[in-house]
Write a protein that binds this ligand. Sequence first.
Ligand code: FAD
Length: 396
Amino acid sequence: MDAEEWDVAVVGAGPVGLLLAGELAGAGIRTVVLERAETRSGLAKANGVVGRSAVDLARLGVLDGTGLRVVSPPRFPFGPLSLDLGFGPRNPLHVLPIPQRGLEELLETRARARGAEVRRGNEVIALRQDAGCVEVDVRGRAATVAALFLVGCDGARSFVRKQAGIGFPGVTSDEIAWIARVTIPGDVIALRGDGFDIAEVGHVAAQRRIGFPGGAFTIAAAASFDASAPEDLYVISAHEPRSGAEPREDVSVAELRAALRRVLGAELPFTAACDVRSTVANSRQADAYRAGRVLLAGDAAHVFGAGGAALNAGIQDALDLAPRLRAVIRDGAAVETLDAYEEARRPAVDRTLAHTRTQAALGVDDESGRGLREVMGAMLETRGATRALGRMLEDG
Ligand SMILES: Cc1cc2nc3c(=O)[nH]c(=O)nc-3n(C[C@H](O)[C@H](O)[C@H](O)COP(=O)(O)OP(=O)(O)OC[C@H]3O[C@@H](n4cnc5c(N)ncnc54)[C@H](O)[C@@H]3O)c2cc1C
């Protein structure tokens, strides 16, 4: 079987793989991205990049000519609580509001312009490595792809991680979340104060997890993340005990309505729904970031049980790893110097796991959760404590 030869093969054209490919190709490293999907997924994922990665993307010129800009929101959710970060330079938090699909388009254009080859419809189905290179088989292709290094940016269920024999210890939530984008007509929802008055449901604060007798509910106007979104479109999630259910991407609108009824104890008055699915939160980190010539980055290396942290961590992975690979491939540094990648990233990811687990614990609707909310809510009345948490969200 013929083998093509590359410096680096990146598996997965999500935001992390595409950013990494752009950084490597821009440094003269011959880079190929192998992506299973024929086309980019239409499912809505992240609404933005939270933390210092937003500033890094601007610094790298990714936002040039887009009209997008990084902001420092005066308030930001921390689980069910809200951080009052204030205005001005002492606000430590940066946010880039951009739908994930838009970010991926920018990063793919940049990666290609810098010389990376992005191949869609290329699922990696086997992986072998020896002391000198890594070789992969791609479904339906006769030629294997060989590279000096392979980086698994292939998401939380990473095939690369499993093939490399790297474990993924951590915890899985006992809660299931039903998520969707729904249209709620203006005559049954009104903006008031910190949230919305919704017919049948009552007042619900925006962008915060609000407890209901059957679970918890969050709602945000889609336009608050994406200026081009219709003004009657909302991003919602309803959380309830998992009871053994597995997450699915084929949830029907009837199932969504039933879940909302169980959680809210009322009908949410929406007229249409899209991107309906269920998810179960995981909080895990790979037990190694490198196995020989195979490395991991992004969700393949870590997943978090609260929103807003994953892209920040994944982008930091890519920005840390790219110059280290360049030093080995171009400047003759020893392969072992790549261990510094894990030494740099693991402590940062440990901190992110800690604050996302804290956010999840704050949302639990029992005596302990209520106690935690009361104590932390009181602490967050001081600016110092609020800004310390803001800095944690920033760090990634
Ligand atoms: C509903 C939702 C909302 C979210 N909101 C936020 C948010 O607001 N902020 C935030 O920071 N994060 C958020 N996240 C998390 C964020 O979407 C992920 O962290 C991000 O997608 C991870 O990027 P990645 O590049 O590591 O992996 P992915 O985006 O998962 O990309 C992995 C790619 O690898 C490909 N692939 C997998 N296996 C193979 C294979 N064998 N061969 C070839 N290709 C393969 C997949 O097709 C995929 O394209 C959200 C996630 C969801 C689901």
